[in-house]
Design a protein around this ligand. Structure first.
Ligand code: MV4
Length: 492
């Protein structure tokens, strides 16, 4: 492999190009008219403009990107995440064009692209599933019987959905028929496929996912878990590895279940198996993401592998070259997504110019970004401007380092989620590891960020965690427990 087209933009395009450069592989950037001055365009050895700003006229044009690969004499395409990364049709076309798709096979992507297909595939491979149906619901009366057996509430999910799209909770038998019909018509409208299925609704779950790597010779290993429960509307904001709630036994069980998911679909490449985990630490397979994920750096930091390098080696047909026993967890890593969104105003996207943009530096800090001071945040794309990753020997160290790095991160001109990250890092429930997917709903109110100047001072923050909370007593209990917790932590 001598030259790769990176079919993406932003931080992930740069991320892929850096590794390619280390491996002596040339890179070709593709870009839209909105990205003429983008860093991924400057960093690449070559760059080709593929169309106007809207992604369906640029970054989503698979055929055009394949053309660019041919034209520039590239031999592979890396899709990054989002855009074409989970498009089986594109992966197949890349292969049929005589190019290497740096990712799994189109067949694996197709199996996992259908939630029902995925459940059916893994059901024979000893993977725990949420009680529910493994076929598209057709007969309402029969489905209702199953729902009664499972017990309400049940969740109706679209087979073609994912990432929270096309889900609906049904609380009672009376609501059932109407909910199914609504879900089916919504699924048809959104995904062109009306297949829906039902599952027992797991209330307040944790979202824990397992990173996998598989080669083209049948070897699969798990690179442990990422805890991704701090989400808002299915948008992750804080991720970490490892999870602070798993025992070594459950970690091994989940890892082995994830490997079985890969075996069920002859998977190779990097992939992630998502699990729901309930308060008793029962875990259930949700879906598999057949791409490199945004939050992959936390895994890289704790296992010491460059996941893009592994993807490229696997795509070339190399063997993994290590076994499960060679992999160990070293320390703890946390990632904060720094998004151009205003946490004081319902996380509304905030556009504008980065008047000040200074990234934090120093031991245990990694910033994956693609902006420079003075640049505009384009409105057409994802609002994520950077990923701030900190790592340390322990979770406490990673948290304190994150607080320091947030304080050292200087951004003006736009609102970002840095202040929200600071709130999370000081929150008693987060510090204790006692949280689930309801964290934001349960604990976050925009007013808690009011004392902003103070909240970004680490010294003030440590001595008075209550700066984040209203002074009127409404959050008195939280305020006190936060202080107590930091005192406890400091004693250890
Ligand atoms: C669930 C669930 C509860 N019970 N399935 C949301 C994203 C999609 N991947 C699946 N999701 C869920 N599936 C059952 N049977 C709750 C969620 C869910 C969720 C899952 C992971 C992370 C955040 C979430 C937020 C709300 C709901």
């Amino acid at each position: 492999m001598k030259k790769i087209v990176v079919a993406n933009r932003g931080e992930i395009a740069l991320r892929v190009m850096r590794t390619a450069k280390e491996m002596g592989i040339k890179t070709v950037a593709v870009y839209s008219e909105a990205d003429r001055k983008a860093l991924h365009v400057r960093y690449a050895d070559e760059a080709v403009c593929i169309g106007p700003p809207p992604s369906n006229q640029s970054y989503l044009l698979g055929d055009k990107i394949i053309e660019v690969a041919k034209m520039t004499g590239a031999d592979a395409i890396h899709p990054g995440y989002g855009f074409l990364s989970e498009n089986a049709h594109f992966a197949r076309k890349v292969k049929e064009s005589g190019l290497i798709f740096i990712g799994p096979s189109a067949e694996s992507m197709e199996i996992m692209g259908s939630k029902i297909g995925a459940k059916q595939a893994v059901s024979k491979f000893n993977v725990p599933l949420v009680p529910g149906t493994q076929e598209a619901l057709r007969d309402i009366a029969e489905a209702k019987n199953i729902a009664n057996q499972i017990g309400y509430p049940v969740l109706v999910k679209a087979s073609a959905g994912g990432g929270g799209k096309g889900m609906r909770v049904v609380n009672s038998a009376e609501e059932f028929e109407e909910a199914i019909k609504m879900a089916q018509s919504e699924a048809l409208a959104s995904f062109g496929d009306d297949a829906v299925f039902i599952e027992k609704f797991v209330g307040s779950p944790k979202h824990i996912e397992i990173q996998l790597l598989g080669d083209q010779h049948g070897n699969v290993v798990y690179l442990f878990e990422r805890e991704c429960s701090i989400q808002r509307r299915h948008q992750k904001l804080v991720e970490e590895a490892p999870s602070s709630c798993l025992t070594p036994e459950i970690r091994k069980k989940m890892g082995e279940a994830a490997v079985n998911v890969a075996k069920a679909s002859n998977y190779f490449g990097a992939g992630t198996v998502e699990f729901l985990v309930d308060e008793k630490l029962n875990f259930y397979f949700l879906e598999m993401n057949t791409r490199l994920q945004v939050e992959h750096p936390v895994t890289e930091q704790i296992v010491g592998l460059d996941l893009v390098k592994e993807q490229i080696r696997i795509a070339k047909g190399e063997e993994l070259g290590y076994t499960q026993d060679d992999l160990k967890i070293h320390g703890h890593a946390i990632e904060l997504r720094v998004c151009a969104e205003d946490p004081m105003n319902n996380f509304l996207p905030d556009i504008g110019k980065l008047l000040t943009y200074k990234t934090p530096q120093g031991y245990g800090v990694r910033v994956d970004d693609s902006f420079e001071e003075g640049m505009e945040i384009p409105i057409q794309y994802d609002p994520m401007i950077a990923k701030l990753i900190t790592f340390g020997a322990t979770r406490e160290e990673a948290i304190k380092r994150m607080i320091r790095a947030i304080s050292d991160y200087k951004i003006s001109g736009i609102e970002t989620t840095l202040s929200f990250g600071n709130f999370v890092m000081h929150h008693d429930a987060y510090v204790k590891g006692d949280f689930d997917t309801k964290f934001i709903e349960k604990y976050f109110q925009p007013e808690m960020l009011q004392n902003k100047a103070a909240s970004l001072e680490p010294v003030a923050a440590f001595s008075a965690g209550n700066l984040f909370f209203k002074q009127d007593g409404a959050k008195q209990d939280v305020k006190q427990s936060t202080q107590t917790n930091w005192q406890l932590k400091r004693k250890n």
